[in-house]
Design a protein around this ligand. Structure first.
Ligand SMILES: *Cc1c(COP(=O)(O)O)cnc(C)c1O
Length: 399
């Protein structure tokens, strides 16, 4: 019998009841704008920021309209000017180079290793081209952060972390987003917490926090924040920082607060599913599992494997045959971007030179979402289907 999977790869879990109730309360009192507070009240948004800052151990947190907005704000806050170059990953998703382009800056792409992390040797050769690195922990793969930070500190390159896929993850026990000057997160439906749209920015630097708050559209209401620097930090900044509205609202914050409180449990559930998949895929001939470094605390909300040096037609066949059995795989090697699978040479507004070693890896990356609506049995079944189809095509190629 040919096994099939019949579940959905895009179905998230419902919002926790506590979040639904808190959202209804916000709608009942009508104060949806973050600065629309009753006397002595801290808004849902301000409390959410306080709770997220405490969770990651950051001094300051700002909640905003999206992860992309958080990154653009971070780039502005550290002083990137139009026309300047910003280093970033060749393997990431479109909002990352998009954030750089949104402020008129120019992405310079750094290659990817077969561990799916930024190529630190390639980075070493490019550090003198820019003052800022927007580092994307793409698909949750964290590079050697000690080496990266030492390199960037030595070259006076400021690091901004894109933690859209690493909320809840860590390197050597330090939360992802706490190594660089600013960490940015997304609360969009397909990330680790779900408010439809939304994002966070965290930092320990009072100047960067004050600038970010002013940029996000604080008017002169910054004293209504909780996880913010004291008002003196705004003294000069408030006159010199443009308002580029991108605030979060209290409705989204209400939905998010219980999810942030529950994040550790959810991360554990993701990892149970991830390792069920990984176990099922290990030792499949022709398929390379991505081994995770010991120092990495992962959140397995997606899984990747490599079909390294396979012909494109053979990878396409695996993807099509798995799809026919209900398993949705995305391939980063396709010439044309499909859904979210774009890569550095897809972003033609930011010209780049081909990177042979990265192209070899990108051509082999197969990617799969792991929604929490999958059971552990679902994961074992999905792994069997992938294993079966990869083995079939691999046997034919090696016959
Ligand atoms: C989703 C995502 C973001 C932020 O996305 P928004 O949709 O703007 O919240 C940033 N980086 C990566 C790698 C992402 O996948």
């Amino acid at each position: 019998m040919t096994e099939r999977f019949t579940g959905s790869f895009t179905q998230q879990e419902p919002i926790p009841e506590a979040g639904i109730e808190a959202a209804i309360a916000v709608m009942r009192h009508g104060r949806l704008h973050r600065y629309n507070t009753a006397d002595g009240e801290a808004s849902e948004t301000a409390l959410l920021e306080q709770e997220f800052a405490a969770q990651v151990g950051a001094q300051y947190c700002l909640a905003v309209a999206s992860g992309g907005y958080a990154m653009a704000t971070a780039l502005r806050a550290v002083g990137v000017q139009a026309g300047e170059k910003v280093l970033s990953n060749a393997f990431t998703l479109a909002p990352v180079p998009g954030a750089i382009a949104s402020i008129g800056a120019v992405p310079v792409f750094v290659g990817v290793t077969d561990s799916l992390t930024i190529d630190l040797d390639d980075l070493a050769g490019k550090l003198d081209e820019a003052k800022v690195l927007l580092l994307s922990h793409m698909r949750g793969h964290i590079c050697d952060m000690d080496r990266l930070m030492a390199m960037c500190n030595a070259a006076s390159v400021t690091v901004i972390e894109d933690c859209a896929h690493t909320m809840g993850a860590a390197w050597d026990g330090i939360a992802s987003g706490r190594h660089g000057a600013i960490g940015c997160y997304s609360c969009q439906t397909y990330k680790h917490v779900n408010s439809g749209e939304g994002g966070f920015l965290i930092t320990d630097d009072p100047r960067l926090a004050a600038k970010s708050i002013m940029l996000s559209g604080s008017y002169m209401l910054f004293e209504r924040h909780v996880a913010a620097p004291p008002k003196e930090a705004f003294d000069d900044i408030k006159y010199h920082t443009p308002n580029i509205s991108g605030r979060m609202d209290n409705l989204r914050a209400a939905i998010l607060r219980p999810q942030i409180a529950d994040l550790a449990t959810q991360c554990q559930r993701w990892n149970d599913r991830y390792y069920a998949l990984e176990t099922g895929l290990r030792d499949t001939p022709g398929l390379t599992v991505i081994d995770r470094p010991e120092a990495e605390t992962i959140v397995g909300s997606s899984i990747q494997f490599l079909l390294l040096d396979w012909a494109g037609s053979a990878v396409r066949e695996v993807v099509a045959r798995c799809a026919a059995r209900g398993v949705e795989l995305k391939w980063f090697g396709a010439a044309e971007p499909v859904a979210f699978t774009s890569r550095y040479d897809s972003w033609r507004y930011a010209p780049s030179k081909p990177m042979a070693a990265s192209d070899r890896v990108l051509a082999g990356i197969v990617d799969m979402r792991v929604p929490l609506t999958f059971s552990l049995e679902d994961c074992a079944l999905i792994a069997r289907i992938i294993r079966d189809e990869v083995t079939r095509i691999n046997n034919r190629m090696t016959a």
